[in-house]
Design a protein around this ligand. Sequence first.
Ligand code: SF4
Length: 143
Amino acid sequence: MPEKAATLHAHLDDFIKDTLSRCTRCGKCFEACPMTRYGDGLSKADPKTVVSGVLDWLQQTPGNEESVQWLKVCTQSSRCIEACPEGINAMKMVRVGQMSAMGSLGLQGAPALSGREAKDFFRVINAFSETQMTPDEMARWQR
Ligand code: SF4
């Protein structure tokens, strides 16, 4: 394995181990996420269940459907990072979960996420813009 790839793998392994050992599955990162209303069924999902699914992905085990929905709608708002009482970079946790669900970390079987999955792409961009812009700016953006 090339040296850079080995370094990246070691970094990811360390991050995954640290996250799994410190995450209490409290769900506060999910609760703070501004995107949950855009994922199928996420507005009624149990935050602890969703986070548990993401942690499954980190362990190379397919997570629940709710976790896949959360992985799909993440726009890296970073609100989850501020919300975590354990100081875990929850945005990175979701990012690594995405990598796992796309099969990029070696998960066997069909990927649950596709890099080309563009069904909600523009909806997600608009939703993210909504969290960053004033109403006037949003109106100009959507024109
Ligand atoms: S807020 Fe932090 S400790 Fe709580 S579930 Fe999210 S990552 Fe885990």
